[in-house]
Ligand binder design. Structure first.
Ligand SMILES: *Cc1c(COP(=O)(O)O)cnc(C)c1O
Length: 387
């Protein structure tokens, strides 16, 4: 071979004896075939075979298998974000004329997706009270193909009765999907509690370091898997092996991070509950949170995200209080090593369950800092709020 050819052909080297604990990052668009016939037959490799980088590499498949193992799922599909993990389920399972039910506390971009993308294309949606439980039966008509659950719900943290909702939905022939980002497969396994589909933002606890975006969709039924996987292929949705590799690193420490963050979040929530400036603490592990009994029944423990509702009087000094924070950072997303705090406007996102509180809601994500530094920072903020 001449020099230019030598430049593009990597020499074969022995891998004998090389046993690393790390999962290699396999980058690929092209996948080559041993002969002409195997290339022509590539469609027969099926959704688990390797045919093209977009459809999976050993790196992404390893992460998929790991998420599946945590959930007791048959298969998991990776998508570029947690939002895509929800929207791709809807696009895979709903066609014009169908209807989907979403809870009133749903991650706001999901409501927007239903109103601004699905509805103009003939897919209807209706919003339900997240505490509805078996009462969901009354909302399921012949067109309802999917009941979406998010538990605990974004911002307001209601814990939904998934088994009751799933039983009612299945009795009427609807599928049930759930956004399980808060709990991860470590604290709640929705497929064991009636869900057909589990979506998660791996961006949060699996990634764990605020530096990647990734989502997962896990299922037991291979027919559901095929519908969603086909849509991913047709739309050209795949994920980078580099993101998957970061997530594979993150997931190794997820259990210890989550155990610590859960412990500290419960401790902080209890301490905050004693403040005269706080009207209500919304932490699934505390009795003040709607659905607390369901949390005790179904979940293995708490993660690190919760919310507090401030008294209306504290609202006018909220910006000054937040600006005084030195340990907490201000920002959206969560689940990383840095503790975060974000104000949320809840009233505007509600349509069937009016939000009873006048004061602002603060969402708190506990990170890995020393808990006493976090508490001192929160006390400092509360002192500014008190004026
Ligand atoms: C963050 C989040 C998402 C979206 O995840 P991205 O990766 O940021 O798109 C979806 N659902 C819930 C509950 C979330 O908290």
């Amino acid at each position: 071979m001449r020099d230019n050819t030598l430049c593009v052909q990597h020499p074969h080297i022995s891998r004998d004896g090389f046993a690393s604990l790390a999962v290699p990052t396999y980058r690929a668009s092209t996948i080559v075939y041993p002969d002409a016939q195997s290339f022509l037959d590539r469609k027969h490799r099926g959704p688990d075979g390797y045919t093209y980088g977009l459809h999976g590499t050993p790196t992404t498949r390893t992460l998929e298998a790991q998420i599946s193992a945590l959930h007791g799922a048959e298969r998991t599909m990776l998508v570029p974000s947690g939002q895509a993990a929800v929207s791709m389920v809807f696009l895979g399972l709903l066609t014009p004329g169908d209807r989907v039910l979403i809870p009133d506390n749903v991650y706001p971009p999901v409501r927007n997706f239903c109103a601004e993308y699905l509805r103009p294309r003939g897919i209807a949606f209706a919003v339900y009270d997240p505490m509805i439980g078996a009462g969901i039966a009354d909302l399921i008509d012949d067109r309802t193909r999917l009941v979406w659950v998010e538990s605990p719900g974004s911002g307001t943290m209601e814990v939904q009765d998934l088994p009751a909702i799933a039983e009612a939905a299945h009795a009427r022939g609807a599928l049930v999907g759930i956004d399980n980002t808060w709990a991860t497969g470590l604290l709640f396994k929705p497929l064991d509690h009636g869900a057909d589909i589990v979506s998660e933002a791996l961006t949060k606890y699996v990634g764990g370091h605020s530096d990647l975006l990734l989502g997962s969709i896990s299922v037991r039924d291979l027919g559901i898997r095929k519908k969603i996987k086909d849509v991913l292929g047709m739309l050209g949705i795949g994920v980078s092996p580099d993101e998957a590799a970061l997530a594979l690193r993150g997931i190794e420490t997820m259990a210890v991070r989550l155990a610590h963050m859960g412990r500290v979040s419960v401790d902080m929530a209890r301490r905050l509950a004693a403040s005269p400036l706080i009207e209500k603490v919304l932490h699934p592990a505390l009795p003040s949170c709607p659905g607390h009994e369901v949390f005790l029944r179904d979940f293995k423990g708490a993660s690190g995200l919760f919310s507090v509702v401030l008294k209306p009087a504290a609202a006018e000094r909220l910006a000054a209080g937040m600006d005084a924070l030195k340990v907490f950072a201000i920002g959206a997303s969560w689940g990383g090593t840095r503790s975060l705090l974000a104000p949320q406007l809840i009233g505007q996102d509600r349509s069937v369950t009016p939000w009873p509180h006048k004061g602002p809601l603060l969402r708190i994500s506990i990170g890995l800092e020393d808990p006493e530094d976090l508490w001192a920072d929160l006390q400092h903020m509360l002192a500014v709020l008190a004026g």
